[in-house]
Ligand binder design. Structure first.
Ligand code: SF4
Ligand code: SF4
Length: 311
């Protein structure tokens, strides 16, 4: 490995992040997340993860990045804006903004790999793994530790200048780098808008959320048939929900993203419930081949719409 100073490498990474379209990059020392340990345990013990059993796994790895990557010294966090220009406010059905374009997992993973490759060209091989919204990494905690913002009452990561419409991603590596300071202050203050606006009362106000009550969980993750009447509170959301971000005052600073990959793949506004119910597998598979909507699949989306119709 060629000799480069910590400062040179840190600057190089942050510069590449900007060039690849990330809005922010910050770095924290890889260590055990002591404060988060009891929160993760309480979340699981209270069953707030619902059927998302994968969240029960890798407890140790989720709290200590050194158990994910041999010799890990740094967690490099990235934020990528996905706020959309058009809010499709007239659409008969609603799809969360993050899912309008191509699947962010794939788009951002490619960008992270480019940064790792560029670093290897510069300094030779090193140990690194790239993560995008991956269960073993507590990405909001790492972004907070590296100074991006604070975790709001809606449990989203919020930046004072840019709001919360961001994907987070990480490179965990064995490079020693310069570390950023966490933001000490929480700017939610006495605001309670997200708590009051959540249609299913999933947000508790103490920065915890019952994931098993969230519309995103019902419309994407829940595999079995609904046995409650929660769908009456879905407000026409058929894939995810943006309400607790829409009402957050810090999102008045959000700026539309300019990433081609995240431009809407489909005219969600024009599509009626009837159009969705009549959509063939062939059309769905070709239109949403690269979309996060694949995760739920057409049948699940149709079931979600059918639930709305009953309400
Ligand atoms: S995404 Fe919607 S349902 Fe889920 S917590 Fe936020 S407002 Fe509530
Ligand atoms: S809506 Fe208010 S309380 Fe909720 S996350 Fe935003 S600032 Fe915090």
């Amino acid at each position: 490995m060629l000799k480069n100073s910590k400062t040179e490498l840190t600057q190089f990474i942050k510069q590449r992040a900007v060039e690849l379209g990330f809005s922010w990059c910050g770095i924290a020392e890889a260590k055990f997340l002591e404060r988060e340990a009891k929160h993760v345990e309480a979340f699981i013990n209270k069953g707030f993860h619902g059927e998302m059993k994968y969240l029960e796994n890798h407890f140790e790895k989720r709290l200590d990045p050194r158990k994910l990557v041999d010799g890990a010294k740094s967690v490099i966090s990235f934020a990528f804006n996905y706020f959309q220009e058009n809010n499709f406010s007239n659409s008969e059905i609603k799809v969360s903004q993050y899912a309008w374009g191509k699947d962010y997992h794939e788009v951002l993973k490619e960008k992270l790999k480019l940064i790792v490759n560029d670093l290897e060209t510069k300094i030779g091989k090193f140990n690194a793994r790239c993560f995008v919204d991956s269960a073993p990494v507590l990405e909001r905690s790492w972004a907070a530790n590296a100074g991006f913002g604070w975790i709001g009452k809606n449990t989203m990561m919020i930046n004072k200048q840019m709001g919360s419409y961001f994907f987070l991603a990480e490179i965990i590596c064995d490079l020693e780098l310069n570390y950023d300071d966490a933001i000490a202050k929480d700017y939610c203050g006495s605001c309670n808008k997200c708590v009051e606006s959540c249609p299913t009362q999933a947000i508790h106000g103490d920065k915890t959320m019952d994931g098993s009550k969230c519309i995103s969980y019902f419309t994407i993750e829940l595999k079995k048939e609904m046995t409650t009447d929660f769908q009456q509170k879905w407000n026409d959301w058929i894939f995810g929900c943006d309400i607790c971000q829409q009402v957050c005052p810090w999102n008045r600073f959000s700026k539309p993203n300019t990433e081609d990959n995240f431009m809407p793949l489909f005219d969600f506004e024009k599509q009626t419930k009837k159009d969705w119910l009549e959509m063939t597998d062939e059309i769905f598979n070709s239109t949403f081949k690269y979309s996060p909507l694949k995760r739920a699949g057409l049948q699940k989306i149709k079931n979600n719409i059918a639930s709305l119709k009953k309400s």
